[in-house]
Design a protein around this ligand. Structure first.
Ligand SMILES: [Zn+2]
Ligand SMILES: [Zn+2]
Ligand SMILES: [Zn+2]
Length: 369
């Protein structure tokens, strides 16, 4: 039996249940947090500290804490103190503002061969969030002289570091893997999209040699807009891909030219059949998302319903996946995320775009549950 289509009572979007859609619900929750006074925020932080053990139940207190971090960018120093005291180490974001003393204690525990791999994994993530010179030096040391805990971890400290937005190359040079500012993509009109310095889903007129589908610029960015100064890109760049192929094949890299067209780097086809049709692409091209007027906290979009955004932190549905540049081999830098279902009905997951400005290469990745 076909489910009966209904309308979201807030935005009118097609849904299959009574009430409001998931993205409207997320928007309302976000508004609630944004409306809190500074004093109310402090009070909530106090409540989280008192119930800090409940964070690892991943329910109410965890949700509250993450929303305060995402939408208000709260200083987590007090929460980190409380969490560390209670041995709560499975939620890495709590430690983004961890005091020096806790960072030192964590480094000391990891310097020890008796620390088990599971604990080590959590501690590495917490330290990655805290960042700083001392953490970088320690990670470099553990990368070069692996401790016993490294044996059962799939990846090394350099990869753990990317969860905090940084890493280092094989020569030990510190690298940022995230940009230090974030802008959301917000709903606008077709006319506003025409003027927006960031556009999602622009047709190119080309066809994919592998699947015959439409090739698209998944993202076009005009770095000359003053809002995008933080990117350090002096012109227009285009992240070109075949939306059909890149989620399944290794076809996720393109070479761009400032103010020119991009070229997809040839790849092997894995044999997945095309599932997107021209109509789907037209739907995507018809989206009217535009760059938001003001920047938001770095972790603003790091959520299931985080939407599409430029800069800041991504919401990784799977593991954090910073690609190595196919040209220079160094870790690329996370540039943008696109939440598929906001631009194409029924398409799951997120697309992520990364960049190596030195080599003028962009990567396009896809993750879903
Ligand atoms: Zn809605
Ligand atoms: Zn294709
Ligand atoms: Zn490169």
């Amino acid at each position: 039996m076909a489910r009966e289509a209904k309308q979201c009572k807030q935005c009118g979007r097609k849904i299959y249940f009574d009430g409001i859609c998931i993205s409207c619900r997320a928007e309302n929750e976000r508004k609630e947090i944004l409306d809190l006074s500074d004093w109310e925020v402090e009070e909530k932080i106090g409540e989280i500290c008192g119930r800090v053990k409940e964070i690892e139940e991943w329910k109410e207190i965890y949700d509250l804490c993450m929303k305060l971090i995402r939408y208000r960018d709260i200083n987590t120093c007090r929460i980190a103190e409380a969490a560390w005291k209670e041995g709560v180490i499975r939620c890495q974001e709590l430690y983004k503002d961890a005091p020096d003393r806790i960072v030192d204690e964590m480094i000391k525990r990891l310097g020890d061969d008796v620390t088990d791999s599971r604990t080590a994994g959590y501690l590495l993530l917490c330290l990655a969030q805290a960042g700083g010179e001392k953490v970088f030096r320690a990670f470099l040391d553990w990368e070069r002289q692996p401790r016993k805990w490294r044996e059962k971890l799939y990846v090394g400290p350099a990869v753990y570091a990317t969860y905090g937005g940084w890493s280092f190359d094989s020569e030990g040079n510190y690298l940022e893997t995230n940009f230090g500012k974030c802008y959301p993509m917000v709903r606008g009109t077709a006319e506003e999209k025409g003027k927006s310095p960031v556009k999602i889903g622009v047709g190119t007129g080309e066809r994919c040699p592998h699947c015959g589908g439409r090739i698209m610029n998944l993202l076009e960015i005009d770095g000359c807009d003053p809002r995008l100064d933080f990117l350090g890109i002096d012109g227009k760049v285009k992240a070109k891909c075949c939306p059909n192929c890149f989620p399944y094949d290794e076809g996720g890299f393109c070479r761009y030219e400032i103010d020119g067209e991009s070229e997809i780097i040839p790849y092997e086809k894995n044999g997945f059949e095309a599932c997107l049709e021209d109509g789907d692409m037209e739907e995507m091209e018809g989206n009217t998302y535009v760059l938001g007027d003001t920047s938001v906290p770095l972790r603003y979009a790091a959520d299931w319903e985080g939407g599409s955004s430029i800069g800041g932190f991504a919401f990784w549905i799977q593991d954090c996946e910073i690609r190595s540049c196919p040209c220079c081999g160094k870790p690329m830098k996370y540039l943008a995320q696109i939440q598929w279902d906001t631009v194409m009905d029924g398409m799951e997951g997120n697309a992520y775009i990364e960049i190596c400005k030195e080599c003028k290469i962009m990567a396009v990745l896809h993750q879903q549950t």
